[in-house]
Design a protein around this ligand. Structure first.
Ligand code: OAD
Length: 242
């Protein structure tokens, strides 16, 4: 019964997304061939030590990614749109936890989103931890709005060795959900890689949708191989009509 993907069997869906959901919009994933990490050493652009060593390189890396995000050509794809439709029309609650730092779920109309790895359109003061929204490039010369000093702002991105945001809330949602989707993530980065197993231990039905099988595929109740933008629209329609 629990394994029937009929919406009436479920009250609370948690959806975990990764870089694969945004791939069909033209944003590079991290670990695929020609992915973001191929041209950069992770420790250079995604660690507090890398930022300390060469802040300019780090500012540059995120400024370029922010610019790409704001380009008029960049749009949510059918996968993002299907998930927003699911949230709007599902009779219960939907919580979307994304590892992505882009804003394509928001652009698609998704409402209840947790950005566990931060957001490209935000920066944070190193002294006060105040978070500011920005569409502009910034660097060490940019004066911080709260302390009016240079060398205070950093990208509001979770780097390796740092704790992801909203972990208490995510734990709570994982323990309350009865259906869990993992979409477009390789499951190589913890703690997100554990979420499927946590949800399953708490009694949820777990479903993976990914272009390629992952190391976690055997642990999901269902694993669907294919592109999110192709799989999700009919999948969501069937679910909502069930
Ligand atoms: P990865 O690049 O590790 O994995 C992306 C996954 O998406 C791969 O398994 C691909 O097969 C799959 N994929 C690619 N195109 C797809 C498509 N059209 N539809 C469905 N799946 C597709 O990216 P993440 O798992 O998101 O963290 O990486 C997790 C974290 O590692 C990122 O949030 C980032 C990185 O270090 C931080 O920056 C803190």
């Amino acid at each position: 019964m629990k394994h029937d993907l009929n919406q009436k069997n479920f009250q609370h869906i948690v959806i975990l997304t990764g870089a694969g959901i945004s791939a069909e919009s033209g944003i590079k994933t991290f670990r695929d061939h020609n992915g973001l990490w191929e041209n950069h050493r992770i420790e250079d652009v995604a660690s507090p030590e890398g930022f300390e060593r060469d802040p300019s390189m780090v500012y540059n890396f995120y400024n370029k990614r922010r610019e790409q995000l704001l380009s008029p050509d960049l749009k949510p794809n059918f996968g993002h749109l299907a998930l927003a439709k699911l949230e709007k029309n599902f009779h219960g609650k939907t919580t979307l936890v994304t590892q992505n730092v882009d804003n394509l779920h928001e652009s698609a109309g998704q409402q209840n989103i947790i950005h566990m790895h931060g957001e490209l359109l935000k920066m944070r003061c190193l002294t006060t931890n105040e978070v500011f929204t920005t569409e502009q490039s910034f660097d060490g010369q940019t004066l911080c709005a709260c302390c009016q000093r240079p060398n205070q702002l950093r990208p509001h991105i979770v780097w390796f060795g740092e704790v992801p945001f909203s972990m208490d809330r995510i734990q709570l949602e994982l323990s309350n959900c009865d259906l869990f989707f993992s979409i477009g993530t390789s499951g190589q980065v913890y703690p997100a890689a554990m979420f499927g197993q946590i949800a399953k231990q708490n009694g949820a039905l777990t479903v993976e949708i990914n272009k390629d099988p992952t190391e976690n595929s055997p642990f999901f109740d269902k694993s669907i191989i294919g592109k999110a933008g192709e799989i999700l629209p009919p999948f969501v329609d069937n679910f909502l009509n069930s």
